[in-house]
Design a protein around this ligand. Structure first.
Ligand code: SF4
Length: 240
């Protein structure tokens, strides 16, 4: 079975393998994939003219069985763009047996019964900001977030990106309030904006990040953040 996976890395500190799926239905202004075709934690990154070869599920299983990860993260661009995603996830789960986590922008309803955890990225609560930043409405994202929570036994978590003077503390507050309206126990990770793909905005200061986290914590019980300057733990290995 063919997949949209073109790249795999292994993070030794977390025993996690990352499967990179190609393609996305959004065109986020700050998308890292515009710069890093491959895992941004690799020292060696890649020229735009790098040729992409899609792997078969059999190849993926073969490669994963060599690194024996405890966790497999389905990410990249947008994994739900792979029409075989559900089947691919189920086969990998059956053959490798690791914890499986899907990272998605939530625009397409995820095949939730194929994963242990689904992390939905909410780029903005304000529809106008969402459309301007991603090129798409957030109506599906918010509806799918609720529906996924209601219909799955998989763990649900959320992430967003703090962009000063754009997706700012007030916008994070609205995102946290929305998530809490579904369940205040859903974990939210706030990432620091990385201005490498678009210099239209700056990365937040530590103070701005703390203020956003503090605001989100008024609504949610489990909020954490990535400031972007964390040192890499262990080794990040290019599997293919
Ligand atoms: S959803 Fe993710 S992969 Fe897709 S354009 Fe946005 S940042 Fe890039």
């Amino acid at each position: 079975m063919r997949t949209k996976v073109y790249h795999i890395t292994f993070h030794s500190a977390f025993s996690s393998a990352c499967l990179f799926f190609y393609g996305c239905n959004f065109s986020c202004k700050g998308c890292l994939r515009k710069i890093y075709l491959y895992d941004c934690h690799l020292e060696e990154n890649y020229p735009k003219e790098a040729k992409i070869r899609f792997l078969s599920v059999e190849e993926i299983i073969n490669l994963l069985s060599k690194v024996t990860p405890e966790e497999i993260i389905f990410e990249g661009w947008e994994p739900t763009m792979d029409r075989n995603l559900k089947e691919v996830a189920k086969v990998i789960k059956k053959e490798i047996g690791s914890y499986t986590l899907l990272l998605t922008n939530g625009y397409l309803f995820p095949p939730f019964d194929a994963f242990d955890e689904i992390k939905i990225s909410i780029k903005a609560y304000n529809e106008k900001i969402h459309e301007e930043y991603t090129g798409m409405s957030n109506k599906n994202v918010l509806a799918n977030f609720k529906k996924t929570y209601e219909e799955t036994s998989a763990k649900i978590s959320a992430e967003t990106v703090l962009i000063p003077e754009y997706v700012d503390t007030m916008e994070i507050k609205k995102i946290a309030d929305f998530i809490a309206s579904v369940d205040e126990n859903i974990p939210l990770r706030i990432d620091s904006y990385w201005s490498i793909a678009s210099r239209e905005w700056q990365a937040p200061t530590k103070e701005e990040m703390y203020a956003a986290v503090k605001e989100a914590k008024k609504y949610l019980k489990n909020v954490y953040f990535l400031a972007g300057d964390e040192s890499i733990k262990g080794e990040v290995i290019k599997v293919i």
